[in-house]
Design a protein around this ligand. Structure first.
Ligand code: ATP
Ligand code: MG
Length: 231
């Protein structure tokens, strides 16, 4: 039987920080193999949406399903264990460990889809092929890398966990143009391999380059849903 339901589906999602109502009835979906961009300006609610999906907020309401399974009530680590790989805005590397040790820290066993077919599982060599810039610095302490290189490392480490779905919070933010290009190439290579990705992004050029489809968030509401080229 072919799997037709979305990999991730979110409906009627609301979120609050204290008394401030930030997300209003967010609905979105990501199909298997799709790269979807969540676009919006500063403060639109992109990071809050990804955090809510990962179960990281104290107060939310609504329905989030992964492979049809409701995530409500699960702890963040349980959600991650289902195969959601999340790279937050505040990238954290283990600064005293080498690049290679940082990568091993992300390693999880291979995964299989519910029908038994193998997931997209990544060996260290696979990951290094996607991130050629990291391959030459495996023995260097991560703390000695540039901010852009650390950003690549957090994405690479998350891939080592063999996620079914990758959630990237503004992968192009705050890094040099040459690293932005490497990041875009890496996302396109993942897409070519069949990876499923939901990324948040302010940069329309970057979003257009890497994604199939977009949602535009404004003040915590989805204002547009459709092709990236129409934006
Ligand atoms: P950016 O592009 O700047 O990362 P964003 O689209 O990711 O923006 P969010 O970080 O989701 O936006 O913020 C949405 C709204 O929630 C903003 O008004 C922000 O000020 C508010 N907000 C975010 N984090 C908190 C928090 N921890 N406590 C209170 N308000 C917050
Ligand atoms: Mg953000």
């Amino acid at each position: 039987m072919t799997e037709t339901r979305p990999l991730l589906s979110v409906s009627g999602l609301n979120a609050w920080y204290g008394a401030a109502h930030i997300l209003h009835d967010i609905g979105l979906s990501v199909a298997r193999g799709e790269v979807v961009a969540l676009m919006g300006r500063n403060g639109a609610g992109k990071s809050t949406t990804l955090k809510a999906i990962m179960g990281l907020l104290a107060r939310t309401r609504g329905d989030v399903r992964f492979m049809g399974r409701p995530l409500h009530g699960l702890q963040p680590y349980q959600i991650a264990r289902l195969g959601l790989g999340y790279v937050p805005e505040d990238r954290r590397v283990f600064t005293d460990l080498t690049v290679a040790e940082n990568l091993s820290a992300g390693r999880q066993p291979p995964r299989a889809w519910p029908d038994g077919s193998p997931g997209l599982n990544w060996s260290l060599d696979d990951v290094l092929a996607l991130f050629p810039a990291l391959a030459g610095m495996l023995d260097r302490p991560a703390g000695a890398m540039s901010g852009g290189e650390q950003q690549m490392l957090t994405v690479a480490r998350t891939l080592m966990g063999n996620p079914f779905l990758l959630l990237l919070d503004e992968p192009s933010e705050g890094i040099a143009p040459v690293v932005v290009e490497q990041m875009a190439d890496m996302i396109l290579a993942l897409k070519a391999r069949g990876a499923s990705i939901l990324l948040s992004e302010q940069n329309i050029h970057f979003g257009r380059l890497v994604s199939d489809r977009a949602y535009v968030l404004e003040k915590g509401e989805i204002r547009y849903e459709g092709s990236m080229s129409a934006l």
